[in-house]
Design a protein around this ligand. Sequence first.
Ligand SMILES: Nc1ncnc2c1ncn2[C@@H]1O[C@H](COP(=O)(O)OP(=O)(O)OP(=O)(O)O)[C@@H](O)[C@H]1O
Length: 650
Amino acid sequence: MDVVLRFGGVDKSDDDPDPWVTKVHKGTVRRVLTYFRPHIGKVALFVLVAALEALIVVATPLLLKELIDEGIVKNDVGVVVLMACITAGLAFVAAALALVSGYISGKIGEGITYDLRVQALEHVRRLPIAFFTRTQTGILVGRLHSELIMAQQHFTGLLMAATGVVMVVVVLAELIYLSWLVALITLVLIPIFLVPWIRVGRVIQKRSVAQMDANTGLGGLLQERFNVQGAMLSKLFGRPAEEMAEFKERSGKIREIGVSLSVWGRTAFVMMALMASLATALVYGIGGGLVLAGAFQLGTLVAIATLLSRLFGPITQLSGMQELAQTVVVSFSRVFELLDLKPLIRERPDAVDLEKNKAPDIEFENVRFRYPTADEVSLASLEHLRTERERGEVSPDVLRDVSFHVRAGTLTALVGPSGAGKSTITHLVSRLYDPNSGTVRVGGHDLRDLTFESLRDTVGVVSQDAYLFHDTIRENLLYARPTATEEELVEACKGAQIWDLIESLPLGLDTVSGDRGYRMSGGEKQRLAIARLLLKAPSIVVLDEATAHLDSESEAAVQRALKTALRDRTSMVIAHRLSTIREADQILVIDGGGVRESGTHDSLLAAGGLYAELYRTQFANPDRDAPKPELEEAEVEEPEPAIQYMGFGG
Ligand SMILES: Nc1ncnc2c1ncn2[C@@H]1O[C@H](COP(=O)(O)OP(=O)(O)OP(=O)(O)O)[C@@H](O)[C@H]1O
């Protein structure tokens, strides 16, 4: 049976959609244990060291007993000195063993967490883009990073607590050996002390989870509001008073929980000290009476008192062990549920490589496609806002029976209204998604028969808003081809019409770009992305032309860059510029998820269909939003229509 647990091990709940709730499947504990296998040697060593530590702990009271009964009482200085020296020596050995066991438990805990983290990162890296479009970045990062750190801490805590088991058993055995009566009284009294202690522990754990929740919530909010786009939106639309009130409210909550945690933490400490003092008083009270009655010797009494003081630490550790273990299982489960998410797009074991350096053709045959449901690609716990209703909801087909052929080495322009399915078609070419039925072929191969690597090498994509890592321009370019030489970098930048700009920067290629670096304009960013594409030199280019209005100079520069980028390659361009549309060997007019018309600019105009209609609508309104004619387009006789920004999507 599956159990629903909250991260942190408290507050079981069946219907709470909150992301800290996780299903712990049957067999999880066994699965967690499999992670111990590679560390079994270290685990054995850890148990051995723990046993040695326990033996030293119980040996000390016996030495004290000898020291008192045989040394002090019998007036034998030799025994006193010898026992004191052995006790001091054992203290050193115990300290060394404690350090060794801390080191080994750290190695085991960190080792297992490392294995799990690497496995999870490798798995998430292979998940399809649909997963990333659905999940909330902050929560995913939290799951892969901070939660794992916490899991590791709990895990190491659990290993340390496990040594407590050995200690309690050995100490109790010695207590029985020394005085069965005192041992019996201790066993009866321990639960009385322990009950309030466990209650306080629960409160602390509950508050810790609440603190984690509150911190994650504030962290997510800050991440959303303080990234460049968020900060911009908030500056333009934000209501500073309300926003500040929300920050204050969340920070206030963290403060309140923090204060209460500190009070409860202190309470636990005080309770522990009180418990130890009361137990000592009790032992000396009862034991003193027994010594006076001649039931046992003074040394035995001191040994029992010393032993008891060693018992409380391990016992309190053990009392929290069950919840600690539960938390560990839950935190592992949270990674397991990620690992169990099967990637929708997988490489076949018998996948073949696509022939390199030869521009292949592209063919869509009766392609039907709908975007996957939430349950198919993601986890509810990674989507803060996903409602239960949405989980299995199937979205309608976005592409219906799409068939077309892009001949090798030619340019196909995709045009059509916004939401028609143009981007979706390009997503299928780079296999970001697989069609639900029908086939997408490249170079005569079904995409599903090709290796990921050869497809990645073959298809190059330039999106509208090119993404740059926060790194130097050089590193951003080398991402496409790490082995590129300086000359090749410069050549690519020149081809992409961005070299003049880079050269004018004081640090040139070493200028840091990206979110927190040199801010490039939309056109500059796209040209840099084109330079990246030129370095990659793919034989298929998929391009989404920028819809942002560029000034005539950038417009012309982008156009020239595109000419270089598309030369001798098979290209599919979501076209927003008339010049691209005109140059296309084929125009596909996409509407309502299907290819409504296809042909060249002239033939489609002559046919007088949707393309002609859209063209004329815009042509009749040339001033509207139209960019200035490009340098290369200046010689075109008919006036430039604004078609690129209106009827043709984006
Ligand atoms: N990840 C997604 N999940 C679900 N539906 C999606 C997703 N992405 C796009 N859609 C839907 O698929 C349809 C086609 O979108 P697509 O982005 O392909 O249109 P488009 O023609 O490129 O539009 P535009 O020109 O505005 O970019 C739209 O209705 C859109 O809402």
